[in-house]
Design a protein around this ligand. Sequence first.
Ligand code: SF4
Length: 362
Amino acid sequence: MAALAPAARPARRWTPRRVVATPAALEHPHGRRIVARVEALGIEVERLRANRLTGVRGQTDRETYARAKSTLAIVVSPPARRTLQPIAPSADWRFDLAEGCPAHCQYCYLAGSLTGPPVTRVYADLDGILAGLADYAGRGTVTSRSAARVEEGTTFEASCYTDPLALEHLTGSWRRAVEHFAAWDAPVQLRWTTKYADVDTFVGLPHAGRTRVRFSVNAAPVSERMEGGTATVPDRLAALRRLALDGYPVGLTVAPIIAVPDWRREYGLLLDQVVTAVAGVPELDLTAELITHRFTPGSREVLLGWYPRTRLEMDEATRRRKYGKFGAVKYVYPREVMTELRTWFERELVERVPACRILYWT
Ligand code: SF4
């Protein structure tokens, strides 16, 4: 069976058109490391005079979007980010090594979360960020951990506002995080989700089984038409296989699950690819997180501005309103559709990939 698994291909890598570094970022060793890394790739780094990023806005919203999406800024993280927030159901705590992503997913969840032009900012104060996590070890938030996850220790999510493998070749940040968690003298787990496949620098790293990399995957009508700039799903699954063979716990983030025409067949074909990708992996530790498509009035407006010709269905009239903790509305699938999707996924995953543990459905 293993011979049928997808072969690894050279990973797709983002080359920013403009890279800038703030003076504050250059005061940090990791900021200087990122600059050296980027320059070694033959990309010029513009040293800004002040800590404010300028020159991103264009004449039109489209131009601003295009400029921002092709800009990498090396900055210091905002002070508020040092106070970690719980991030159930994915993990106990979230922390950030970057904000923004160079890909162009038409449903991107960042659209409703981040404000301003979508520049990718990577954080120079990595050493301080990692050191600050120590205060949170042992402080699991009960809501985010079922009994089945207790052995993971305190979990830290590092991909809330970015895609780590889209940026690792430019920063080296997540590799250092893997090593930091491996050497940590406490039961902890680092987690992130990605739509990229660039795992070369992670294979062979001393990870101590403390990092779970989840690959965000989707049915072909979604991944091929709505996820511009990302790695293909076969490449993501080949990367998952490489990490699993290297002893990493791995995962699938099936998100966003969209009720496309003939969705049972389309998602069935995706699960068939997963079966092939994990075939013959010894001591496979595989989880699944199942997240249905949703949008807010704000994210819908931003996304329609970014992708005016999108074929992504965001019709409030066909959705159910759901209210968050602070009264914010989001639009999810109606109950009948949710039940059909959930029943199908939970049954098919268990049948086709019995080793896979489903962490949650939302
Ligand atoms: Fe947004 Fe994730 Fe796509 Fe990046 S990979 S554009 S963060 S959905």
